[in-house]
Design a protein around this ligand. Structure first.
Ligand code: C2E
Ligand code: CA
Ligand code: CA
Ligand code: CA
Length: 274
């Protein structure tokens, strides 16, 4: 966990050499990490809720820092965004994710796009280039975007999303329901997929309101012709309620945590044999 204190961030870790790192030190460490190939990807499967087979995988970046150990994305993505390093880091993630999924026929891959990548870089040209270089069928690539992304310049964000869609990729609204104006964004941006935030899945079996809210989200998604993925499914009870309510796709620790690419290959092999 990290706490912002003005210009300084505090990392709490189990290491004995905990100390304050200045913003600039962290930016330097991130840059060194990019050069030194300290980043790796894990992939978390997304499953058909009823079939429990893997439909696609979400790429999640991990930083193996030489002395601090594994730094969680929640600790370094904000610094990468603030410094602009998210642009080269995000490019690496996209290329690496597409490269891996080429070896996993029959499933798709989703990649998180930062607001900063959408705003400050030519993300359409990047995605086009990655598709060209890897030969990946664009329908197998999905880009996950949080709605917060879209506010600063909605007209431009909309143009960018339309440009991405024209390449044939799918666009998912990540963390649906947290933040604000989700419904407005669903109408005015060209989303294909809605990912229901974990906080709603946590509440689905606590009292009746939680389940009603998830049902309402599923109804909205159907009305707008969006696919749905429930995020953060941790219990069998949550999964069976989601199946009963017609949620098509699920993701969460119950079925699989994020895992290294080799494990995905093994899981897919087992799936074929079944
Ligand atoms: P996210 O995109 O909402 O990703 C889902 C996060 O929830 C992941 O955390 C995943 O490990 C975790 N998760 C999945 N299922 C469960 C569950 O059942 N229970 C619980 N408690 N957690 C679950 P992670 O990998 O730490 O990533 C955190 C966030 O960092 C991501 O949230 C995303 O916003 C960001 N992030 C990760 N990789 C990238 C990346 O390559 N690019 C960008 N721009 N952001 C990334
Ligand atoms: Ca995501
Ligand atoms: Ca999410
Ligand atoms: Ca999130």
């Amino acid at each position: 966990a990290k706490q912002a204190r003005g210009q300084r961030f505090v990392f709490y870790s189990n290491a004995t050499n905990d100390r304050l790192l200045s913003y600039q030190e962290q930016v330097d460490a991130l840059r060194a990490g990019l050069v030194g190939q300290q980043f790796v990807l894990e992939f978390q499967p997304r499953y058909g809720a009823a079939s429990r087979t893997i439909h696609s995988v979400e790429a999640l970046v991990r930083w193996n820092h030489p002395s601090r150990g594994r730094v969680p994305p929640g600790d370094f993505i904000p610094i990468a965004e603030r410094s602009g390093l998210i642009v080269p880091l995000g490019e690496w993630v996209l290329r690496e994710a597409c490269r891996h999924v080429i070896g996993w026929p029959g499933i798709g891959v989703s990649v998180n796009l930062s607001p900063v990548q959408i705003r400050d870089s030519d993300v359409i040209a990047l995605v086009r280039d990655v598709l060209d270089q890897t030969g990946l069928d664009p329908t197998r690539l999905e880009l996950e975007i949080t709605e917060g992304t879209l506010f600063s310049d909605a007209a431009r964000a909309r143009e960018t999303l339309l440009g991405l869609k024209a390449l044939g990729v799918r666009i998912a609204m990540d963390d649906f329901g947290v933040g604000y104006s989700s419904l407005g964004s669903l109408r005015s941006f060209p989303f294909d997929v809605l990912k229901i935030d974990k906080q709603f899945i946590d509440a689905i079996d606590i009292g009746s309101a939680g389940r009603e809210i998830v049902r309402a989200i599923l109804t909205i998604a159907r009305a707008l012709d969006l696919s749905v993925t429930a995020e953060g499914v941790e219990t069998n009870n949550q999964l069976s309620l989601l199946v009963d309510d017609g949620c098509a796709e699920v993701q969460g620790f119950l079925l699989s945590r994020p895992v290294p690419p080799g494990r995905i290959s093994a899981m897919l092999e087992r799936q074929v044999k079944r």
